[in-house]
Design a protein around this ligand. Structure first.
Ligand code: ZN
Length: 373
C-alpha cells in the first residue's frame, strides 16, 4: 500500500484541504484555514491503518520520510490489539524514519455532533475543553449547504459553553466503504486521523461503553491513547457512566441542552423517533420520567412491546431491561421482556430455517405477503 502526494491547498469558504493518495484514492479533509498546520504523514497513517491491516502489505509513504516515534512504536501495539479482536487483520510494516513532530496547537478538543456521548464528554471536561470538532463524512454525509446549516445550529447551541466549533469535512466514509472495513472498527482511526490533522495538545474521545461492558470496538480505552504523538495526547474519556446516567446528567445541567439533543441514525439535525437509536433514547427518558422537546412524541410500554430489535442491537435492549428493573418500572420491564422474547423466537426460527429448511419458511412468508397485497 502506498500513500503519496500528501499536500494542502486553500479551497473556497476560507477552508484548507489536506489530502493524500492512498493506493490511488484521494482521501481529503477540509477545515477552517486558521487551524492550519504543516501536512504530515501521521493523519494518513491512522486513516489507512485498517486498509493496510487487511492487505498485510508494507505501508510505504512517499514525499514524507518521517513520522512521530511514539505513533510508529505504538502501531505494533494497535496491530496486536485489533488483530486479537479481528483475526482477519494481518500485521504490516511501515517504511518511515522516526522524528519528533513540530509543535502543534495549544487547544484541547473533543468530538461533538450534539448526541449523548459527545455532550456528556463536554460536560465532564467542560473546564478543560476549548474546541469541539464536528465532522461531516464520517458518521453521516450531507451536502456542504446542509452541513453549513448544521454547523450554525451547533455554533448557536454551544455558544453558552464558550467553546469554538471546528467543522471538518472529509470523504473518509467513502474511503472506508472502498475497503469494506466497517465503521464500528474504523471510527477510532478516523477520529485519530482528524486529531492528528488538527494537532491539538489534547483530544478527548467520547465513550460508547462503560468499563462494565467494554467490548472490542473502534474507540476503546486500550487503543485511543496509542494514536497519540509527542505533541497530541489522545485520550478515551472516563467511561464510568452508562447512557441513562449520561442522559440524567445532561438533563440536570440544562433543559435547553437536552431539548437540542440529536441521536438519530437517519438525520444529523433532528430525531426521527423511529430508528432504534431514537427509540432506545426515548425508552430511557420514559423510564427516567424526563420530558423533552428533542422528540416530537414520547413512547409507551405498548409501543415498546411491538418492537423487534435486530440481533446486532439486542444487547442494548438487554441493558434497557436491566435499567427498567433497577428503576422499578414494571410496565416497561414487561414490555422489554416481551420484545426480547420475540427477538429470541425469531433467532431460533431463523437458525432452523437456515440450517434445516433451506430458508423455506422465509420464502413461504414472502409468498403469502405478496399475495395479500
Ligand atoms: Zn432516528
Amino acid at each position: 500500500m502506498i500513500i503519496s502526494n500528501i499536500s494542502s491547498r486553500k479551497v473556497e469558504r476560507q477552508q484548507l484541504e489536506v489530502s493524500a493518495l492512498i493506493d490511488g484514492y484521494r482521501l481529503w479533509y477540509r477545515f477552517p484555514e486558521k487551524f492550519s498546520v504543516a501536512p504530515s504523514a501521521e493523519p494518513f497513517l491512522a486513516a489507512s491503518f485498517f486498509a493496510a491491516s487487511q492487505s498485510g502489505q508494507i505501508l510505504e509513504i512517499k514525499d514524507s520520510n518521517t513520522a512521530s516515534p511514539r505513533l510508529l512504536a505504538n502501531l505494533k501495539n494497535l496491530q496486536c490489539i485489533f488483530g486479537c479482536w479481528k483475526p482477519d487483520l494481518r500485521p504490516f510494516t511501515v517504511n518511515l524514519q522516526a522524528a519528533i513532530p513540530h509543535a502543534g496547537n495549544k487547544m484541547v478538543c473533543s468530538f461533538f455532533s450534539g448526541g449523548v456521548d459527545g455532550l456528556y464528554t463536554l460536560l465532564n471536561n467542560e473546564s478543560e475543553i476549548t474546541h469541539l470538532v464536528y465532522i461531516n463524512g464520517f458518521d453521516f454525509h450531507v451536502s456542504p449547504e446542509e452541513f453549513a446549516v448544521n454547523v450554525q445550529r451547533l455554533k448557536d447551541w454551544s455558544a453558552p459553553f464558550e467553546k469554538e466549533l471546528i467543522p471538518v469535512e472529509t470523504n473518509f466514509y467513502e474511503f472506508d466503504q472502498l475497503y469494506g472495513v466497517g465503521r464500528h472498527w474504523s471510527h477510532g482511526a478516523c477520529l485519530a486521523s482528524v486529531a492528528l490533522l488538527l494537532q491539538p495538545a489534547k483530544c478527548i474521545v467520547p465513550t460508547s461503553f462503560t468499563y462494565r461492558n467494554l467490548r472490542p470496538w473502534g474507540t476503546h480505552p486500550l487503543t485511543d491513547n496509542l494514536w497519540s504523538t509527542e505533541i497530541t495526547e489522545i485520550i478515551h474519556d472516563t467511561a464510568d457512566l452508562d447512557r441513562p446516567e449520561k442522559l440524567q446528567r445532561i438533563a440536570e445541567r440544562s433543559q435547553a441542552v437536552l431539548d437540542n439533543l440529536v441521536v438519530c441514525w437517519k438525520y444529523p439535525d433532528r430525531n426521527c423517533g423511529q430508528c432504534l437509536k431514537c427509540i432506545r433514547t426515548m425508552i430511557i427518558l420514559k423510564i427516567l420520567g424526563i420530558d423533552t422537546y428533542a422528540f416530537t412524541s414520547s413512547i409507551t410500554a405498548e409501543d415498546v412491546s411491538k418492537i423487534s430489535p435486530s440481533q446486532h442491537y439486542r444487547h442494548h435492549f438487554e441493558d434497557l431491561l436491566r435499567f427498567a428493573i433497577k428503576q422499578g418500572d414494571e410496565f416497561m420491564e414487561r414490555a422489554l421482556r416481551r420484545t426480547l422474547s420475540i427477538s429470541t423466537t425469531r433467532k431460533i426460527v431463523k437458525f432452523i430455517d437456515d440450517k434445516y429448511l433451506n430458508q423455506s419458511i422465509r420464502t413461504g412468508f414472502r409468498y403469502f405477503q405478496k399475495k395479500r397485497r
